[in-house]
Design a protein around this ligand. Structure first.
Ligand code: ADP
Ligand code: AMP
Length: 216
């Protein structure tokens, strides 16, 4: 299935995408992870993106559209993909439709993970990351040993944009530029909303049920 995981920053898109990718064997494509990978490798793209990302602003559409076009053309997307963090603007959504039709694919579902604002702030402020891509929370998804990744043993770190000022900006950017896509995809008849306020496993089971129903 070709799936977009949609929702505000901190709603659990990355967390759920990792679990879903493992269960269904489809690639998890996180534009945030791709940009951070470029940043770590100090590529031209990474350095250009950094100024926007640190402030919690969106990286320009043309950059993201080019990036996603290349990624969706890769052979591992032939039998499905999970997009996480893309699209975030109307031009990005329109470009996605065009890219998919050029590739002879459809978007099966946009899953909107709905979480109230007060929970988002707590989730983002407590998020801890590992260089290997794993993500934790200091209260809700603790590593076995504090500050250390369960998977690779590296020291966990806090994202620069998970500091309070950038978080507040990201939530405003979401409301103004990304949230309007809910109407766009509702009108297109592909939007499903799931309550994302529950525990990680409960949300995961709910999403699996929805996807399994769609596949029947
Ligand atoms: P997003 O990719 O949407 O920005 P993440 O998946 O990175 O969000 O989740 C943000 C933070 O909230 C992480 O620290 C994660 O461990 C935690 N988290 C994710 N889902 C839940 C949940 N259902 N309940 C509590 N904490 C969660
Ligand atoms: P995320 O990891 O999804 O929280 O994304 C982190 C940051 O990367 C965002 O705050 C943006 O600066 C940038 N970013 C990721 N995806 C996009 C996108 N689709 N459009 C614009 N900027 C993006």
């Amino acid at each position: 299935m070709n799936i977009v995981l949609f929702g505000p920053p901190g709603s659990g898109k990355g967390t759920q995408a990792k679990l879903l990718a493992e269960k269904y064997g489809v690639p998890h494509i996180s534009t945030g992870d791709i940009l951070r990978g470029n940043l770590n490798n100090e590529t031209k793209l990474g350095l250009e993106a950094k100024t926007y990302m640190d402030k919690g602003e969106l990286v320009p559409d043309d950059v993201l559209i080019g990036l996603i076009k290349d990624r969706l053309s890769d052979s591992d997307c032939a039998s499905g993909f999970l997009l996480d963090g893309y699209p975030r603007t109307l031009p990005q959504a329109e470009a996605l439709s065009k890219i998919l039709s050029e590739l002879g694919k459809n978007l099966d579902v946009v899953l909107n993970i709905d979480v109230p604002d007060e929970k988002l702030l707590k989730r983002l402020a407590g998020r801890r990351m590992c260089v290997c891509g794993a993500s934790y929370h200091i209260l809700f998804n603790k590593p076995k040993q504090e500050g250390i990744c369960d998977l690779c043993g590296s020291k966990l770190y806090q994202r620069d944009d998970d500091k309070e000022e950038a978080i507040m900006n990201r939530l405003v950017v979401y409301q103004n530029q990304t949230r309007p896509l809910i109407d766009h995809y509702t009108q297109a008849g592909v939007m499903l909303t799931i309550n994302g306020a529950a525990d990680i496993e409960v949300v995961f089971n709910g999403i699996c049920r929805m996807l399994d129903d769609l596949r029947k």
